[in-house]
Design a protein around this ligand. Structure first.
Ligand code: ATP
Length: 293
């Protein structure tokens, strides 16, 4: 197989709790992860020359060793001493630095692709063990679907598919660095925590409304006071009939869940026209069983 096309799915967090700050500076998290059908397209082509070449449609992204797809290919090609090379064309659709794990998902897709292309024989578990060296979200991005993520995000428990919903994603025109958000989080002084266990139960019961009512992201305590537009977008989603609306990851993207397509369309149109968001998407959850990708 000399060419491969892959889809790297975005993720949202249906719940995000920070349990504590660890001595090594990382935070112990409890998160419910969900893939959404918004993806980057990746094309791998095998080359005879022993090199890794990256191109992308976004001119501000690195194309060398700093791109996560480069790191992913290099990790496997070094370990298995592959004598050939690969070109990686990356077409980004997932907003960058948005809380949607776009870069991690690209890296995950390249690990899966290089394993397949060079017939390395690694299992999903083997790939996940290697993926964490690139980023804490990479193992989840290999697993995809609905999952509980603990530790720094790499200790994963697969959950049944979350009950289906229409999803509107809206990224405001601001940049929020993940380091800033975690750096300013007062993990020991949080007044409330989302009930992640109850949310897992709601997912197991297939109860969308209960699952949505339990949504919570403690990182909003840092981002919303600084960037009130996040709260404005949530309100807009709720006014359009969302069953729940929340910031994903460390933001700034906000997602709304809807039980009817008409309501989701109304939110999509409203957010597209009111200047709160720079990029708006209307999509659905992605489950592993609709995967030919
Ligand atoms: P997370 O939800 O895991 O915090 P994110 O959505 O905040 O992820 P990404 O879009 O994954 O952030 O990328 C963050 C940074 O990583 C960007 O500033 C970018 O320069 C760098 N980067 C490296 N490789 C990639 C890639 N393939 N796609 C996007 N960003 C990349």
């Amino acid at each position: 197989m000399d060419e491969l096309r892959l889809k790297a799915m975005a993720k949202i967090n249906l719940g995000l709790d920070v349990v504590r700050k660890r001595e090594d500076g990382y935070h112990d998290l409890r998160m419910i992860m969900q893939s959404v059908y918004l993806y980057d397209q990746i094309e791998l082509v095998k080359t005879e020359e022993r090199s890794i070449r990256v191109s992308t449609n976004l001119n501000f992204l690195p194309t060398g060793e700093d791109n996560l797809v480069y790191k992913a290919a290099k990790l496997l090609m070094d370990e298995f001493e592959i004598r050939q090379g690969v070109t990686i064309s990356l077409k980004k659709c997932i907003p960058v630095a948005a809380g949607l794990a776009g870069g991690s998902s690209d890296a995950a897709a390249v690990l899966v692709g290089v394993n397949r292309m060079f017939q390395l024989g690694l299992s999903k578990k083997d790939l996940m063990e290697r993926g964490v060296k690139i980023g804490a979200d990479v193992p989840y991005c290999i697993m995809r679907g609905t999952a509980l993520a603990e530790g720094i995000g790499d200790v994963l428990t697969r959950l049944p598919d979350a009950p289906d919903a229409f999803v509107v994603l809206a990224k405001p025109p601001i940049h929020v660095s993940t380091a800033f958000v975690y750096g300013n989080l007062k993990a020991g002084q949080l007044e409330s925590h989302p009930d992640i266990d109850a949310q897992v139960q709601a997912i197991r019961a297939g109860d969308l409304h209960q699952m949505a009512s339990l949504m919570g992201n403690v990182l909003e305590t840092v981002t919303i006071p600084q960037y009130p537009v996040i709260s404005d977008i949530k309100k807009c989603m709720m006014d359009c009939g969302a069953v729940g609306a929340m910031m994903s990851g460390s933001g700034p993207t906000v997602f709304g869940l809807f039980d009817e397509e008409q309501k989701a369309k109304a939110a999509y149109e409203s957010l597209n026209g009111n200047g709160m968001a720079k990029q708006v998407f209307l999509t659905k959850f992605f489950h592993n069983n609709n995967a030919s990708v």
